[in-house]
Design a binder for this molecule. Structure first.
Ligand code: CA
Length: 235
């Protein structure tokens, strides 16, 4: 089996070392870059399977690196960001980053983010858009071919808009999806940037699918950024 390679672009040595050791223990091949310039070189020469990117680099803004990489590569990028930097995260995601993780973070959280992003990029490569196997998490099953949603073996009736929102989040399960990405995907490219319509729909969805909408277990709010659906239980 070929190991998946992870490139860590990070100028803080202790974080780099911590992540590198942990990823090696979990059977990843690890590549390092201390600057954005080095990072771009390694991406071009080694084609890593996934990139972990610190936004605050000494020589370059992380956003510029994302913009540059996305002109020629769709390799998943997970941004490592400081707490309370919502606008930074949203910008990075809208530029084409796949997800973010906030410092300080735990091992299992980072591994889950990496798994979700790798799985998503593999799926884009191998699955046709016509057939995607059902999404399953706890009591929820979403069958894309039948457009049916069941929670605890009961059919849940969603409006067409609600279905589109849930299906889009489920197809990207485990990853954060920004408000603007959901708006343009569901309402089309000319959707106005108003999150209110999305929040109203989300409140209705949660009433239908969650036992306790205030303590969701299927769709989580990422404050100031968007929503994240619980990771698909595919093994
Ligand atoms: Ca830094």
């Amino acid at each position: 089996m070929t190991k998946c390679s992870v490139l860590i672009i990070e100028d803080e040595k202790n974080i780099q070392t911590f992540m590198g050791k942990m990823l090696k223990r979990h059977e990843y091949r690890v590549l390092y870059a201390n600057t954005g310039t080095q990072g771009l070189e390694v991406i071009r020469s080694q084609c890593p399977d996934i990139i972990l990117l610190d936004l605050g680099l000494p020589d370059m803004n992380g956003d510029d690196l994302i913009r540059e990489v996305r002109t020629w590569s769709s390799t998943p990028i997970i941004v490592i960001s400081a707490r309370t930097a919502e606008r930074e995260k949203v910008l990075a995601l809208d530029l084409g980053a796949d997800d973010y993780i906030t410092k300080p973070f735990g091992t299992s959280e980072l591994l889950a983010r990496i798994r979700a992003s790798l799985r998503h990029s593999n799926r884009l490569r191998t699955d046709s858009t016509l057939y995607i196997r059902p999404y399953k998490h706890k009591g929820m099953t979403l069958d894309f071919s039948k457009r049916s949603l069941k929670v605890n073996n009961e059919d849940v009736h969603l409006t067409p808009i609600e279905y589109k929102i849930v299906a889009y989040l489920a197809q990207n399960s485990g990853k954060v999806i920004t408000y603007s990405s959901i708006l343009s995907n569901v309402w089309g490219p000319y959707a106005d940037g108003d999150n209110k319509i999305l929040r109203v729909n989300m409140a209705n969805i949660r009433r239908k699918i969650e036992d306790d909408p205030a303590q969701p277990k299927y769709i989580f709010t990422e404050v100031g950024v968007g929503y994240r659906m619980a990771e698909d239980e595919e093994k």
